[in-house]
Design a protein around this ligand. Sequence first.
Ligand code: GDP
Length: 424
Amino acid sequence: MANTAIVGINWGDEGKGRMVDLLTSDYDVVIRYQGGGNAGHTVINEYGKFALHLLPSGLFRPGVVNILGNGVALDPENLWEEIQSVTSQGVPITPENLKISDRASLLLPWHRTLDGLEEARLADKKFGSTKQGIAPFYSDKYQKKTILAGELLYPDHLKEHLETLLEWKNLTLTRVYGADPVTMEDLEAWLVNACEKIKPFICDTGAFLRQAQADGKKILFEAQLGALRDLDYGIHPYTTSSNAIAAYAPVGSGLPSAKIDEVVGVVKAYSTCVGEGPFVCEMFGEEAEALRAAGFEYGAKTGRPRRVGPIDIVATRYGVQVQAATNIALTKMDVLSYMDKIPVCTRYIVKGQETDQFPFPALLDQAQPVIEFMDGWKCDISGARKWEDLPEAARKYVEYIESQIGCHIGYVSVGPERDSIIIR
Ligand code: GDP
């Protein structure tokens, strides 16, 4: 397939990073097209273990060009730290294999401050933000009150633009939140310590991509988070502030003419959710503890324990639909091996009625899960590499999910390592 998007079907953390890492060998270009450093993709390969936040997962493959598209929240400080951390583990990162769109907006130092101030103001009504500044960043982007990465290449213009933004933003910081103002000296330090470092990677990635397309190069679009966190289609307002769906990939990547031939939707064999908001199939108590421990479900960025539950067919089917997935990667099947009976959330009860449709967000709080059980397989499946290697109960589990969500499951992942995969 020429152009492929790898996206999350659920609440994020489905294992997209491991799928991109696996599939990048077939692609020439890997692009991150939305989101920022507020989540993490975990990748394990011959270089070691990495929690990537903003960097595309194709960096580990020689010859692959990685792009941060115009749709991302480009945080120069975090990005520079991440570049240093990954290169210190022996992975080369140069302007040849990493290109930053000159049209990507910069996450400015006050965005993280504002995120923290607003979550503190909301107190018990908080959204569970990772406080990486993503929501204030995207609000400002749509108000056209951010700096484009390419402006770093024009220092006189940049200074003037920063001064104008600073004057405006200090009104919010000081008058709305009673916080300290940001000074031009703060911004100058940020320019020297972070922005200067990433400058060599900034270029016209749109022109690069148009040429790549003309040359018939194969492009992989890498999403962050999942369908249920999509700004327009997710569990509003507990969503992220960007579009995590595959349909946004052409816009956020810098190649609006791109046609996406295949959408690989990543689904975890059970459910996890980080932060606040409705999570209909949530498990509690010992049952939840056991699943969390088996899957090591702690946030890649924050270390927060993730909320866990059985696979949610209602939410997953909806995620498949809004992602327009053409192929599913079912990850972490090995984690379920300890269970005697495997719970599955098959339907919801909303206002006394059973439904298999994902409800409008305002109704999610009152939705109750209908849980059914399937036979467990109770043996280690992490060594399985072929479909036939899986015990019958595991195959039945995969086939049942496939029949319910309406999309072929082409990959079954049985471990975090690159080769712990069954291709169907
Ligand atoms: P992402 O943001 O969607 O890439 O997901 P995360 O990186 O937050 O979470 C996926 C976690 O599960 C990572 O620690 C992966 O190494 C791990 N992982 C991915 N696939 C599998 C699998 O099939 N089995 C196991 N045991 N771990 C997996």
